[in-house]
Ligand binder design. Structure first.
Ligand code: AMP
Length: 601
């Protein structure tokens, strides 16, 4: 084998067998056989094709051929009319099999068929993938026909499967790594070396090509490179602070765990690319993050962080769903304005030509802190506290949850960044079983905060309180800035202004300083995701935990002003307390029933 190329039928034979087997060992053996019979300079292409792709996933190259277009090409090439081709598809339920049948019924025998080679198939597919835009359809069909005309029916089957993204050979990345170790290093033991390279490059084709052409030492030399995403380090979970602390040997870092989207940001000079947790290129979703990174970081870096939607007025974090507005092709500018984000960096993997993944966590954190001083625009470093007792960890978790976080990420101070690995060097500690509160609450507006941005000149957020009959006092329970339409904002401004007072009302108990205080008169309806402990709010202070009151998490105005209620009719402190207890009970029941099922298994 060599310059004449590799027969496409060789890989088709193996694909057929791979489809037929259900045993992993057999699958690995088949791949080993295929890799060994592949000319080495083609190894990466064969690996990509096996995965149904042309390039590593992060490059985002899609063949993007719709079923209908593929069937049209099949109709042209087989000479069968569209209706018959479609019927075959319906009958077999598989576009590949439909192709195989249609091509075997080909009306006119094709006389001068050229043998298909892997090179030719690959480069034609590449051309199809590059074609964009309106007029490209006919050209695409022409390219597909060009292959199908020279294809044996079985070959056509896999061409259609690949172009429509329906190739399912059941190969996991790890199966390929096993097979590569056996095929090119003679020992499965070397798989770890290959896996390390894969975790740093996210590119199996590159690893395959390197080991096949240049050997293991070359694979060992593969390192982190800008604009090649690193597979993310992942966390294990435990259910209590004690357990987390135990696992960490008694001392560790506790970071806020924000509920947003993980970004891996690569910056070189003034070029920035952003990769998602699944390593897709999502640069276009975050023009604001790019500007902010350019403004606040001067050197070349690879950093990781969590982008979180924030409420501009309260600066509070918003639930993950708010970020979904970013997942669109058009109108990003608008989404940016309406759904601003904060970018919280939590790791650094590369700086100025130097890889830092092997440095201990605490050193990476120090570098990160040196990189971004305090908060620069929307970029900041995720809050962190070094803890060595469970109580401080729990307190810090409450604080995090109160600020809109999901919980904490507990990190081993001495651990390197373990690319692509899930382990106990990172542990997530979340509040589980968060459930939307079934009831709405009617709360009294006791203060307000000035709006900013789109809400300049209005109130951006309102301070709400519950009522306690015993001492005839209003205790704060949340700040709400969500759920207001523009008309609502207008209306509230007018509605509240008659009740403005110069200082906090005597019957209001608040630890927060509002910009404007009101006489407690107006009652509005809100919903929330749950009730949490909070040192900031005074409702039921000390009743559950010393120094903490109760607060609503993710409160939202329902749109209803309870004109029918007086301030003293608002939801009472006692009611909120019993809602909190009910919520705890439900949580425990869910936990208990899950443990039960665990035992049955
Ligand atoms: P999970 O998706 O529940 O497994 O939690 C892991 C995810 O939490 C990561 O992939 C990040 O997107 C996110 N995350 C939020 N805050 C942090 C943090 N401080 N450190 C690491 N990951 C974080």
């Amino acid at each position: 084998m060599g310059c004449d190329g590799m027969d496409y039928s060789t890989i088709v034979d193996v694909f057929d067998k791979m489809e037929a087997t259900s045993k992993r060992t057999e699958l690995t053996d088949l791949i080993v056989g295929l890799l060994k019979s592949t000319p080495r300079e083609l190894i990466d292409k064969v690996v990509y094709l096996m995965l149904g792709r042309l390039r590593p996933e992060y490059e985002g190259i899609e063949l993007g051929v719709a079923d209908r277009m593929a069937l049209r090409a099949l109709s042209v090439s087989s000479g069968l009319d569209m209706k018959s081709v479609e019927e075959l598809y319906v009958k077999t339920g598989d576009i590949g099999e439909a192709a195989e049948e249609a091509l075997s019924k080909r009306l006119q025998a094709v006389l001068f068929k050229d043998k298909l080679t892997v090179e030719r198939v690959y480069s034609t597919l590449e051309r199809i993938a590059m074609l964009k835009g309106e007029g490209s359809q006919d050209t695409k069909i022409r390219y597909i026909c060009n292959l199908l005309n020279d294809a044996e029916p079985r070959e056509g089957k896999y061409i259609l499967k690949i172009i429509t993204g329906k190739l399912r050979l059941g190969v996991a990345d790890y199966t390929i790594l096993d097979a590569l170790a056996v095929a090119f290093t003679e020992s499965k033991e070397n798989r770890d070396i290959l896996e390390r390279a894969y975790n740093l490059t996210s590119d199996l084709g590159l690893v395959a090509r390197t080991v096949a052409l240049d050997g293991l030492d070359a694979v060992k030399a593969i390192g982190v490179e800008l604009f090649r995403p690193i597979r993310p380090m992942l966390a294990e979970r435990v259910s209590s602070a004690e357990e987390a602390l135990d696992r960490m040997g008694g001392r560790c870092a506790a970071e806020y765990k924000l509920d947003g989207e993980r970004l891996q940001i690569h910056k070189h000079g003034n070029k920035v690319r952003i990769f998602s947790r699944r390593l897709e290129d999502i640069t276009s979703h975050y023009p604001d993050a790019i500007d902010a990174i350019m403004a606040s970081i001067k050197v070349d870096v690879i950093v990781e962080g969590e982008a979180v939607a924030i409420n501009q007025d309260t600066q509070e974090y918003l639930p993950f769903q708010e970020l979904m507005h970013r997942r669109r092709k058009y109108g990003i500018e608008e989404a940016m304005r309406e759904y601003p984000i904060a970018l919280n960096l939590f790791d650094i993997l590369y700086i100025d030509g130097r890889e830092c993944i092997d440095l201990p966590y605490i050193e990476r954190r120090n570098i990160l802190e040196g990189l971004v001083n305090g908060s620069m625009g929307i970029v900041s470093i995720v809050p962190m506290l070094i803890v060595s007792d469970a109580k401080s960890m729990e307190d810090y978790m409450l604080k995090a949850i109160n600020e809109g976080c999901e919980g904490l990420m507990i990190k081993d101070l001495n651990s390197p960044y373990r690319a692509g690995a899930r382990g106990y060097a990172w542990i997530k500690l979340k509040r589980e079983y968060r459930s939307e509160l079934a009831d709405t609450l009617d709360l009294v507006v006791v203060g307000a905060f000035h709006g900013r941005g789109r809400r300049a000149g209005r109130y951006g957020a309102l301070l709400l309180a519950s009522y306690n009959r015993e001492d005839d006092t209003f205790y704060t329970v949340c700040k709400v800035g969500t759920g207001f339409t523009d008309e609502d904002l207008e209306r509230f401004y007018g509605m509240l202004s008659p009740y403005i007072i110069r200082h906090k009302h005597a019957r209001v108990n608040s630890r927060l300083e509002a910009d404007v205080w009101f006489e407690p008169r107006i009652v509005i309806e809100v919903i929330a995701s749950e009730i949490t402990l909070s040192p900031l709010h005074t409702c039921a202070m000390n009743a559950i935990r010393e120094g903490n009151g109760l607060a609503l998490r993710f409160p939202k105005f329902t749109g209803r002003v309870r004109e029918d209620k007086s301030a003293e009719d608002a939801t009472s402190v006692d009611e909120i307390l019993s809602m909190y207890r009910r919520q705890l009970k439900v949580t425990r029941q869910v936990q208990a029933s899950e443990e039960d099922t665990g035992m049955i298994e």
